[in-house]
Ligand binder design. Structure first.
Ligand SMILES: *Cc1c(COP(=O)(O)O)cnc(C)c1O
Length: 547
């Protein structure tokens, strides 16, 4: 591969989820949005990429709010008539039973076809493996990952697709590496090679790269080795070899770090964090930093981009107001609440997990309440919790309670999806983001906002330290402070948030629209190229894919 330097390597990209459009429900959140934007970018810029994923029957599920203000999950079976039948079916042995995986094609990406595996066919006794994305418990998760990884490699073989590089986006795809190992071992054993495992692993490593995501320990999946063996996911690997790769319990991220030739983190700060976090893992690949990017045509309003170049006095503000009014109408339609488009709107949409601190801004009512009651500050929230995460559900319920306590100025939009994401990152004035540094790996919603002239107000976490020019293209708060004491961390960040909000954001918004527009322009100009998926793909081909 390295000899053919003029030709771009052909990449097979493996991911559990793809966020391609709101009603194609095979995604849950940020990981899927990244994968979807990656495929769209591959098409736009002519990269030789093949995507491998799963056709989820019920997706991640819809999360609605009941009349008591608590979230509940609802599932529906989806049928998609635009999927092409490849005629290919591959077998994967799961729990000693042959499972047939049908291969569908999403062919709207031209040079970048996306293949989706599906177990929901009459030949299977268990048709539900590809039922719910991230659904259920350990065994089912492994079964799903076997379909993606083992089934995925077999599908590529059956389709006759040549691959130079196998890219595992997140540890979910690791079993693809086991299948590659099995293939290599088969050839080596035929040749009666000594120490076949060592050679096979070397050969597989030459072909595999890996993207690691969350720096939150619990977000890195692990399984007892017994369970992996019971499911048959180990293929030809012994217990001892499994332990050598992923430890005991078997950690999917650790396994992937060891199976890859090179790995990447998803922002520069995350590169530092990930290298520290996995420093204890011996014989692992190096982790370079390649910051995520977003697909500009999907997420950025072209009218705003055009207005940002215009010399007409209020062109940019007018273009933004059109999006803001559309957002206010959207909120009205969904919640019957009427926000005031002349007043500040803050957007906040994320997965409901503790470190993202969705409720932070409410924690000192004596400060925030007068601002909410006067509607000087209006906030629109959205976000789902994982269906099995009770703590996450509590967080959602808390925000819903706030929207009842401050009915004029706080809104919660149920069932966060790409439609809500797009409406918010276009129509809000300010994009609030207050994770506990350094737990946010990247955070692409802030990039979408920045490119639409929606000003980021964020702790220095994820991608934001790379872009932030305080008071020029948005604001930071907290100065990158980190403490192991949660209470100290929260108090520090909250005070900093209020200070910037009251002393900089509100005065600029209400008293200096000219400066606000200048900041919007700076926000767009400093992010549009640097955080586009094109730049990310170029870096993958420069730093990650070459052998
Ligand atoms: C952009 C987007 C994400 C990822 O954004 P984060 O900043 O990582 O939270 C997740 N979900 C949806 C629906 C999005 O549009």
């Amino acid at each position: 591969m390295s000899k053919k330097t003029s030709k771009k390597p052909a990449v097979a990209y493996f991911c559990m989820e793809y966020g391609l459009s709101s009603d194609f429900k095979i995604y849950a959140g940020g990981l899927g949005i990244l994968a979807g934007d990656y495929m769209k970018g591959a098409k736009d810029h002519g990269y030789p990429i093949v995507g491998v994923g799963i056709k989820w029957k019920q997706g991640y599920g819809d999360q609605m709010i009941d009349k008591d203000g608590r979230p509940f999950d609802a599932y529906h079976n989806y049928v998609y008539d635009f999927l092409k039948d490849t005629g290919v079916t591959v077998d994967v042995e799961i729990r000693r039973t042959t499972v047939k995986c049908k291969v569908w094609l999403v062919d709207c990406f031209g040079n970048a076809p996306l293949y989706l595996l599906d177990t929901d066919i009459p030949e299977n006794a268990d048709r539900w493996i590809t039922g719910q994305l991230y659904g259920w418990f350990g065994e089912e998760r492994i079964a799903q990952e076997m379909v993606l990884g083992i089934g995925g490699v077999r599908a590529l073989r059956a389709l006759g697709i040549d691959v130079d590089v196998y890219h595992f986006n997140e540890g979910h795809a690791l079993f693809a590496g086991f299948e590659l190992l099995r293939e290599e071992l088969k050839t080596l054993k035929k040749k009666k090679q000594k120490k076949p495992f060592k050679t096979a692993l070397q050969r597989v490593r030459e072909k595999v790269v890996f993207t690691t995501h969350t720096p939150v320990i619990q977000g890195n999946e692990s399984h007892p080795i017994d369970r992996i063996m019971y499911m048959g996911a180990n293929l030809d690997l012994s217990r001892k070899q499994l332990k050598k790769l992923g430890g005991e319990p078997f950690n999917m991220t650790v396994g992937a770090l060891r199976m890859a030739r090179k790995s990447n983190a998803v922002a520069q700060l995350h590169g530092e964090t990930a290298n520290k976090m996995w420093a204890h893992v011996k014989r692992r690949s190096e982790i370079v930093a390649i910051t995520n990017g977003v697909h500009v045509p999907t997420w950025v309003d072209s009218a705003v981009l055009k207005a940002a170049k215009s010399r007409k006095k209020n062109a940019l503000w007018d273009a933004h107001m059109a999006n803001k009014k559309a957002l206010v109408d959207f909120v009205k339609k969904r919640t019957r609440k009427q926000l005031d488009p002349e007043k500040l709107i803050i957007g906040f949409a994320r997965r409901a997990v503790a470190y993202k601190r969705a409720d932070l801004i409410f924690r000192k009512p004596e400060i925030i309440e007068p601002l909410l009651n006067s509607q000087k500050v209006q906030i629109i929230f959205s976000g789902k919790s994982h269906p099995l995460d009770d703590l996450g559900k509590e967080l959602v319920a808390n925000i819903v309670a706030m929207s009842k306590k401050y009915p004029k100025s706080v809104v919660f939009l149920e069932n966060y999806d790409m439609t809500i994401g797009a409406a918010l990152t276009r129509g809000a004035d300010v994009w609030l983001n207050n994770p506990v540094r350094p737990k946010e790996a990247s955070g692409t919603s802030g990039m979408k906002a920045a490119m639409n002239g929606v000003l980021n107000l964020s702790t220095l976490d994820g991608w934001w330290p790379e872009a932030c020019q305080h008071g020029v293209n948005g604001w930071q708060f907290g100065d990158g402070f980190e403490s192991d004491n949660q209470e100290e961390q929260d108090t520090h960040d909250l005070d900093a948030l209020y200070k910037v909000l009251q002393e900089e954001v509100l005065p600029t918004f209400y008293d200096d629209k000219e400066k606000w527009q200048e900041m919007m322009k700076a926000s767009i100009n400093t992010t549009l190229e640097q955080f586009s998926v094109k730049r990310m793909l170029d870096e993958y081909y420069e730093l990650l894919y070459p052998g």
